[in-house]
Design a protein around this ligand. Structure first.
Ligand code: GLU
Length: 435
């Protein structure tokens, strides 16, 4: 059988440096210093508990073989089973997954969920695979990382370029190998397979709640603000829709990898969402609205005139190169790691308020927690219950981070990191070190 050489397959063993890991580790050091944490705890928290790299060979539809590289990193299980998504993206590498796993530990701690943190991914461009190839990739990757998964050990969820279907395949693979139905092995599943009502919208809804909570504390009415949203996938599209429809905010700009639109008077999101649903790759490209907007690029969106900026695409978007051009007074991080360490300092200097990723986008994993609880109990909540609980959990986390920041005269990212690190270190100390 011929083996096809894949451009998107990562063949090198030396992982590229991740800007996001560098940023997260520096923020971690600041939190350690502020808390006066003992060196031993610092050393534990700096490292992942376990890192797994796997080869993922699949048959392509034409009968040839492609081999992809996948990862699952468990950063911490101190506060409970490891929890975190799986992404399919050509930029996935060990350092990136390591950073994202660390962010999950902190995010779960900020939200006070009984979870540690993990992340997984496959270095692949999923748009280059057919649906059947994607299913084989998901199943083989699931089988390869299964030795370290478990409903009380490590529970995956969707992330960039993965969704409820991906989780259904993963859950089915594990259930078939196990001979038992194990919906609680993953969250973000279809509702018919033990998924939770409201899970799909949960990250975007949480971003909307965080935005409204931040505005409230600035004495501003969401009905009077303009919002620009970078990234119109699961997080950005729901955040925009909920902010517009439920809170009356004006969405003036949206974008994705294919480009974006700007209209100072506000965009009509409904036909845009319909266009996305019909588009084969769910992209904004080729959408026309009889000239009711200006075409902009994904990068241009960041520096537009808007009161609120929601980066909801991928990491490393706000850097030292564009941080001084940002016009929004409030940034709410829908994506994981969108702002570099250097950019963060510039934003702080300029008085731009940032609601950090580990708080702003925690709605997804909060709802994942609800899903896991529902699966373990085989008892399911209705959408009103889910939304009410999500709202409560987001508002409580926001208030805790806000109050800590006020009391210690720090920005919200430093506050969120400090709260999270303190909780993780406390769990490690209480458990003691095995053996
Ligand atoms: N991938 C999402 C995140 O980055 C959700 C993780 C989860 O629900 O486990 O927060």
């Amino acid at each position: 059988m011929a083996v096809r050489l894949q451009e998107e397959t990562e063949t090198s063993n030396t992982s590229p440096r991740s800007e996001m890991l560098h940023t997260a580790l520096r923020q971690l050091e600041n939190a350690f210093e502020g808390l006066g944490l003992a060196e031993g705890f610092r050393e534990i928290i700096r490292q992942s508990e376990r890192e797994l790299t796997v080869a993922v060979p699949i048959y392509r539809d034409d009968g040839q073989i492609s081999v992809f590289t996948g990862y699952r990193v468990q950063h911490s299980s101190a506060r409970g089973p490891c929890k975190g998504g799986i992404r399919f993206h050509p930029g996935v590498n060990l350092e990136e997954v390591r950073a994202l796993a660390l962010l999950m530990t902190l995010k779960c701690a900020v939200a006070n969920l009984p979870f540690g943190g993990a992340k997984g991914g496959v270095s692949v461009n999923p748009a280059g695979l057919s649906r059947t190839e994607l299913e084989r990739l998901t199943r083989r990757y699931a089988a390869m990382i299964l030795p370290i998964l478990g409903r009380k050990r490590d529970i995956p969820a969707p992330d960039v370029n993965t969704n409820a279907q991906t989780m259904a395949w993963l859950m089915d693979t594990v259930s078939m190998l196990d001979g038992n139905s194990t919906p609680e092995i993953a969250t973000g599943k279809p509702v018919a397979l033990g998924g939770s009502q409201g899970r799909e919208e949960a990250t975007g809804r949480g971003v909307a709640i965080a935005t409204v909570e931040a505005l409230k504390r600035q004495g501003r009415d969401p009905k009077e603000v303009t919002v620009a949203v970078q990234g119109f996938g699961n997080v950005g599209s729901y955040a925009a829709q909920i902010l517009a429809e439920e809170y009356g905010a004006k969405i003036v700009a949206i974008s994705d990898v294919s480009g974006g639109f700007y209209n100072a008077k506000g965009l009509n999101l409904k036909p845009i969402r319909e266009h996305l649903q019909a588009h084969p790759a769910q992209l904004l490209e080729d959408y026309h609205d009889n000239g009711h907007f200006e075409q902009i690029s994904n990068a241009e969106l960041l520096t537009l005139e808007a009161d609120v900026l929601i980066p909801a695409a991928i990491e490393d978007q706000i850097t030292h190169e564009n941080a001084d051009q940002i016009k929004a007074g409030l940034i709410v991080e829908g994506a994981n790691g969108p702002t570099s360490f250097e950019a963060d300092a510039i934003l702080r200097e300029r008085g731009i308020h940032v609601v950090p990723d580990i708080l702003a986008n925690a709605g997804g994993v909060i709802c994942s927690y609800f899903e896991w609880v529902q699966d373990l109990q085989s008892y399911f909540w209705d959408i009103d219950e889910v939304r009410q609980q999500l709202n409560r959990a987001m508002c409580r986390a926001f208030e805790e981070v806000w109050t800590f920041a006020e009391e210690h005269d720090m920005d919200m990212r430093s506050s969120a990191y400090s709260l999270a690190v303190d909780r993780v270190a406390y769990a490690i100390q209480q458990r003691g070190l095995f053996p």
